[in-house]
Design a binder for this molecule. Structure first.
Ligand SMILES: *Cc1c(COP(=O)(O)O)cnc(C)c1O
Ligand code: SF4
Length: 430
């Protein structure tokens, strides 16, 4: 008999994370931290993450617990004290909401012109919900895909989850996107992203991809789905009522000669252990789709070479292709998750050097910066100066792709913007 697991989600603010049965067995001070931090930052976990992914005997240091649960250090100490005092004083929900709103604003990452700059236009004006930064790839953010089955604590989209993002980037009318795609023959790849587009019912998701099967879209060779559903809710591809419809959709795309790429977000080998994820991978592969895996490297979750090496080995064993190791960008809980670039370079090198060539396909560490995707190829010395060796994997200006350049070595640097040109040559930063 096939049992059909049903999803139950606990999300904050609103329901209390600290009241979950597994959490109630944790130490009181940990539960207090969870209550305080989750009053400010958004959290969401479902029963699969709670029951099958987190190893509660290892909490709070379990990597999936760290990935999905609040930690005291995610808030600046003064903010933590302020909210803790309010909770202790028995503040009601409305008081708490009023107090927390400005705090969230302070934590809100500032994406700068990044998103505005990448939003294309058509005759009706700005095509919000589409990003067209690199010539060959258009990102599409369906309006109904702007949430996830659970949340990653480091997610840079968290402002969107609590509804305070001024840049609401989402597509309400798929037809308009297709008008744009029809007129842009340089676009070979369409990437549906979110949140998580797999949160949508297949019927709705299909409205964003089926038109690509019609005449006029032959130039779109690759259809990608960015998702963490394989980690957070693999039943999306196995026993959910519309799982089979989703696989049939992949098959139709493949049958018409499209390459279907499930861009899976896997953070840690622990996400690959369950029968559910293995079965989901098998079923997706059976449709002819290819699964590629990517994730940011973050402190407390996967900041060691061994975790990456084990993950890449296991991915390849399952038939998944390692694709990118990202450096996490600025987020609300950045201080908690950030790693210095030099450390990330070391971890990547150490991980890559211990796996087979087939398992070395993940490029990294990569920063998705304003001018493009920059990979740090390593640290070396040139003419007596210690430098980061950098390269654009993607660039707004295709001419810059794959030309090495050097940045001055800096122990403190966390992100591309912290880097200074080596040898006093500013050529690469403009
Ligand atoms: C990463 C990214 C892509 C896809 O890049 P690939 O190297 O082709 O995977 C497309 N658009 C944006 C804005 C991106 O950040
Ligand atoms: S799955 Fe992706 S979009 Fe969703 S919370 Fe995690 S990082 Fe953010």
């Amino acid at each position: 008999m096939i049992t059909q697991p049903e999803q139950r989600m606990t999300s904050t603010p609103g329901s209390k994370l600290a009241d979950l049965p597994q959490v109630s067995r944790l130490a009181p001070e940990l539960r207090r931290d969870i209550a305080v931090v989750s009053a400010v930052l958004p959290f969401k976990v479902n029963n699969y993450v709670l029951d099958e992914l987190i190893d509660w005997s290892a909490a709070p240091d379990d990597p999936i617990f760290r990935l999905t649960f609040p930690h005291r250090d995610m808030l600046p100490d003064s903010m933590y004290q302020h909210v803790a005092a309010m909770l202790d004083a028995g503040a009601n929900r409305a008081e708490l909401r009023a107090a927390v709103a400005p705090l969230r604003k302070d934590l809100n990452p500032h994406p700068g012109d990044q998103m505005e700059k990448n939003v294309p236009g058509d005759e009706e004006g700005q095509l919000s919900g589409v990003q067209h930064k690199y010539r060959e790839t258009a990102l599409v953010f369906p309006a109904n895909g702007q949430t996830c089955h659970s949340y990653c604590g480091y997610c840079f989209r968290w402002a969107q989850f609590v509804g305070i993002s001024e840049l609401k980037q989402q597509v309400d009318r798929p037809e308009r996107v297709f008008g744009y795609l029809r007129g842009h023959h340089e676009i070979s790849d369409v990437l549906l992203t979110g949140g998580d587009p797999m949160i949508m019912k297949t019927e709705l998701l299909a409205r964003y991809v089926e038109p690509l099967l019609e005449p006029g879209f032959e130039h779109v060779r690759n259809v990608r789905f960015g998702t963490k559903a394989l980690s957070y809710w693999p039943y999306r591809f196995t026993t959910d009522p519309d799982a089979d419809d989703l696989l049939r959709l992949f098959e139709r795309l493949v049958a018409q000669g499209k390459h279907v790429a499930v861009m899976a977000h896997f953070s840690h080998p622990q996400e690959l252990r369950t029968d559910a994820v293995k079965q989901a991978v098998r079923r997706i592969k059976d449709t002819g789709a290819v699964i590629r895996a990517q994730a940011p490297i973050v402190k407390h979750v996967n900041d060691n070479a061994d975790a990456w090496a084990r993950m890449w080995r296991e991915l390849v064993r399952l038939g998944v292709v390692p694709y990118y190791m990202f450096v996490e960008r600025d987020t609300g809980a950045r201080d908690y998750f950030a790693l210095p670039l030099h450390q990330v370079v070391d971890i990547y090198r150490e991980a890559i050097s211990q796996v087979s060539g087939l398992e070395r396909t993940a490029r990294g560490p990569v920063m998705s910066a304003s001018p493009g995707k920059v990979v740090l190829d390593g640290v070396t010395e040139v003419g007596g100066e210690k430098v980061f060796v950098c390269r654009f994997l993607q660039a707004r200006d295709p001419n810059r792709v794959n030309r090495p350049f050097f940045a001055a070595y800096d122990e403190q640097a966390l992100w591309f913007d912290d880097l200074k040109p080596a040898f006093g040559r500013p050529d690469f930063l403009e």
